[in-house]
Design a protein around this ligand. Structure first.
Ligand code: AMP
Length: 116
């Protein structure tokens, strides 16, 4: 496990600002600073225990289910309930922050476009 807190831990701790759209005891969601779609939110478990979705699925499947249901609720609010959910897993796949997070993309998406 990394000793340096990731940027998401610093957002969760309110050490750096973010445009937070949802927060619960277990999750936080905020707008991506470099949006790839008209709606681009990050849904982030507060725990720093899991670096990616594979670790989260193995270690806490209920929390992963909460990420998905929260994404659906946020999509209902921000983009008519239709959305793309992306978990970049590994640096070669475009992951830059090694604290599990879902990209929620919605709005008029370009055909075939992926976040990264
Ligand atoms: P990933 O590349 O899947 O690890 O996703 C990390 C995402 O975090 C990227 O889409 C970045 O644009 C986003 N990001 C990095 N720093 C911030 C920040 N301070 N506030 C909001 N989003 C950020």
């Amino acid at each position: 496990m990394s000793t340096e807190p990731t940027i998401f831990e610093r957002i969760i701790a309110r050490e750096i600002p973010a445009d937070v759209v949802f927060e619960s005891e277990t999750l936080i969601a905020f707008r991506d600073i470099a949006p790839q779609a008209p709606v681009h939110l990050l849904v982030v478990p507060k725990t720093a225990e899991y670096a990616n979705v594979v670790e989260l699925a193995a270690g806490n499947p209920a929390l992963l289910a909460e990420v998905v249901s929260t994404a659906a609720a946020l999509a209902a609010e921000h983009c008519n309930g239709e959305f793309r959910l992306i978990f970049n897993t590994g640096a070669a796949a475009g992951q830059t922050v090694f604290h599990v997070h879902a990209h929620l993309l919605g709005g008029a998406l370009e055909e075939g476009k992926l976040a990264g």
